[in-house]
Ligand binder design. Structure first.
Ligand SMILES: CC(C)(COP(=O)(O)OP(=O)(O)OC[C@H]1O[C@@H](n2cnc3c(N)ncnc32)[C@H](O)[C@@H]1OP(=O)(O)O)[C@@H](O)C(=O)NCCC(=O)NCCS
Length: 188
C-alpha cells in the first residue's frame, strides 16, 4: 500500500529536511528557522517531501519555500501545500500574500496570484531576507489579495474612537432598559 501524504504544520526538527529540499532546487534558505511556526510540510512515511512557508507581516504575508520532492511532483502535493498556506494567511487576517518567482508564474496564477510591480509591495514584505536576496531582482513579484469575511471580523468596539464606545454604551443601556421593562410587564 502507498503511504498517504499528509499536510501538517512543520516542527523544528523538520528544518534540516526542508532546507535540504530547498537547497536541491536552488531556493533560498535564509530565515527559515523563524518561519517554522507558519510553515506547512507534506509528510509521507515520516519523511518530509514538500514545504510551503509563510512570513507574516502586519501589511502582508510572504509565501516562500514552496517545494515538492521530485518523485512526489504532479500529484497535487504543491496544490495542497499552497492552499494550506493561504488558509493560514486568511486566519491571520493579512490583506494580501506576495511571492517571488522565476519559473513558476503560470503555476501560481492558478491560485489567484497576479503579477504586480515592486512598488505595490508593502515595505515590511520588501524588507524580508527573500526580497533582499541576490536572486530577487530577476524574479517576478506576484500578489493574491485576500477577501475578508465580515462575519469573522473581530469586534473592535473598545479599540476605536470615543464615539464608538459611546454608541456601544447607548445601545447596551437601551437593551438593558428593554429587558427591565419586559420583566416588569410580565410581573404585572
Ligand atoms: C512548483 C512545484 C512546487 C509544484 O509542485 P507539484 O506538487 O508538482 O504541483 P501540483 O501537483 O500541485 O500541480 C502540478 C501541475 O502544475 C504544473 N506545474 C508544475 N510546475 C510548473 C511551473 N513551473 N510552471 C507552470 N506549471 C507548473 C504541472 O505541469 C502540473 O500541471 P497538470 O496538473 O496540468 O499536469 C514543484 O514543481 C517544485 O517543487 N518545483 C521546484 C521548486 C520551485 O520551483 N518552487 C517554486 C518557487 S517560487
Amino acid at each position: 500500500m502507498i503511504p498517504p501524504i499528509e499536510i501538517e504544520s512543520a516542527r523544528p526538527q523538520d528544518l534540516d529536511s526542508i532546507q535540504a529540499l530547498l537547497g536541491e532546487h536552488g531556493l533560498p534558505i535564509d530565515g527559515m528557522l523563524d518561519q517554522i511556526p507558519t510553515t506547512v510540510v507534506a509528510r509521507t512515511a515520516g519523511r518530509v517531501v514538500g514545504s510551503a512557508g509563510l512570513e507574516l507581516y502586519p501589511d502582508g504575508a510572504l509565501l516562500r519555500s514552496i517545494v515538492v520532492a521530485p518523485q512526489m511532483q504532479r500529484q497535487g502535493v504543491g496544490h495542497r501545500l499552497i492552499e494550506a498556506a493561504i488558509a493560514i494567511a486568511i486566519t491571520r487576517r493579512v490583506p494580501a500574500i506576495y511571492l517571488l518567482t522565476i519559473t513558476t508564474e503560470e503555476y501560481f496564477a492558478k491560485f489567484g496570484f497576479t503579477r504586480v510591480d515592486r512598488a505595490a509591495v508593502p515595505d515590511m514584505v520588501k524588507g524580508s531576507a527573500e526580497f533582499k536576496g541576490a536572486r530577487s531582482s530577476s524574479a517576478a513579484v506576484m500578489r493574491k489579495t485576500l477577501q475578508r469575511d465580515p462575519r469573522r471580523e473581530p469586534r473592535l468596539v473598545f479599540l476605536q474612537g470615543s464615539r464608538t464606545i459611546e454608541l456601544f454604551w447607548t445601545e447596551a443601556l437601551a437593551a438593558f432598559r428593554q429587558q427591565v421593562e419586559a420583566e416588569s410587564t410580565k410581573q404585572h
